[in-house]
Design a protein around this ligand. Structure first.
Ligand code: ZN
Length: 413
């Protein structure tokens, strides 16, 4: 078994459970910090561990261009390269290539694009995306999809959805034929999984998670491998989303993502499409909503039954001095904080709020100190991870978790 997913408590549409991957056991619903270039910007891996992050993201497009898949593969995959012992998910590169607009050309075979770094020409197909993601060696990898632009007419949304379905089948075929090539499985089946290239503190938990995975399968058969998730597209059309879900499920994946949202559509429409798509996804498989959202939104989507989410918002906003707190958003650059001796967020237990004043954080930001980005990022990620921790706690207690009340309550023990 590559992954194992158990739902432990359900309340209405919300569910709390556990996702066991080769490198970590993850409590769901989970928020996944984004580490585009094998680095969650502004924050070191040991701090991420301290904050309780169990899974982070890497972006295939960026890593393919720099440092290159082969370099990462030789280092034992992303886990070895970035010395991160817990779980990793990589995207397929499809969304990033889609974001290049003028620099890309899409055909049935794949996408030709120009690097944003040096203008050089490259080609991604379902097969080459799988090859790259196997080389990067994340625990969970994504099918190569086409993200439909917004707005788009129905004909365009249908054509794009159908291409994504054909690409999903090609992705799965290549993955099944090559999944044994994952770098952390070299000569495997023994007592080390993903630990060969790094000797850090997480080794024991890695081995533990892997051992549990092995014990879950038939004797001798369970060498942990990556898992490939399918992606539902279909633009902003509920019927096309339904069809996309059914076609993706027919191909068969251990988890399903909802892609192609947060591309400029109004928030109510995002919610409507998420809610209607979730109805068509199997209840016993993890559901991943890609690229959302604000703290309010991640609570809302978890309540709708989403198990996994990722977003650059907490880290990107932090670098711009925008901080999420239990009392709302704080723009730390404002002069009103210049003499403010209070903590950034009195309701937050993170090491930044425990130690520093708003006045100091404002000073760091105004002076363009590197430490401003570091501390702001620690707080924002801590706030997101704590928010999700409270949502899980509420689901387990059978309570409705609303954003305002959930973030004001004290952290669970
Ligand atoms: Zn804090």
């Amino acid at each position: 078994m590559p992954i194992e997913f158990r739902i432990e408590t359900a309340r209405g549409t919300a569910r709390a459970g556990r996702l066991l991957t080769p490198h970590a056991e993850i409590e769901t619903p989970v928020f996944m910090p984004v580490g585009t270039l094998a680095s969650v910007k502004g924050i070191a891996q040991d701090t991420l561990e301290e904050l309780g992050a169990q899974i982070i993201l890497g972006n295939t497009y960026h890593l393919y261009l720099r440092p290159g898949v082969e370099t990462v593969r030789r280092m034992g995959g992303l886990h070895g390269f970035m010395a991160w012992p817990r779980a990793i998910l990589t995207d397929s590169g499809g969304f990033q290539v889609f974001s290049l607009n003028e620099l890309r050309k899409v055909t049935e075979e794949g996408v030709t694009f120009r690097s944003h770094l040096d203008g050089s020409s490259h080609f991604f197909s379902p097969e080459s995306s799988m090859e790259a993601q196997i080389g990067l060696g994340a625990d969970i990898i994504m099918a190569f999809d086409e993200c439909t632009e917004f707005p788009a007419d129905r004909e365009r949304m249908r054509a794009s959805m159908e291409m994504t379905a054909r690409w999903a089948a090609r992705s799965k075929k290549y993955f099944e034929e090559h999944k044994h090539e994952v770098p952390w499985n070299a000569g495997s089946g023994k007592n080390h999984v993903g630990t060969a290239a790094f000797g850090c503190a997480g080794e024991r938990e890695v081995a533990g998670a892997a051992a549990e995975l092995r014990s879950a399968g038939p004797p001798g058969a369970a060498v942990p491998t990556q898992s490939l998730f399918g992606i539902v597209q279909g633009g902003m059309d509920r019927e096309l989303r339904r069809e996309s879900a059914l076609r993706t499920i027919e191909i068969g994946f251990p988890g399903y993502a909802i892609g192609g949202l947060s591309v400029g559509e109004p928030r109510e429409l995002t919610r409507e499409i998420v809610e209607s798509t979730l109805e068509h996804l199997p209840a016993d498989k993890p559901r991943y909503l890609m690229g959302v959202g604000t703290p309010e939104e991640i609570v809302e989507y978890a309540n709708l039954g989403v198990d996994m989410m990722d977003c650059v918002l907490p880290t990107r906003a932090a670098r711009h001095g925008l901080l999420f707190t239990s009392e709302g958003k704080v723009s730390i650059k404002q002069a009103r904080y210049a003499q403010d001796q209070g903590p950034l967020d009195p309701g937050c237990g993170c090491r930044v709020c425990q130690r520093y004043s708003r006045a100091y954080l404002r000073h760091l930001y105004a002076s363009n100190e590197v430490l401003a980005q570091v501390l702001n990022t620690i707080h924002n990620l801590s706030f997101y991870l704590d928010t999700m921790r409270r949502v899980r706690h509420s689901i387990r207690l059978g309570e409705e978790s609303r954003f305002s009340s959930s973030v004001r309550s004290r952290p669970e023990p």
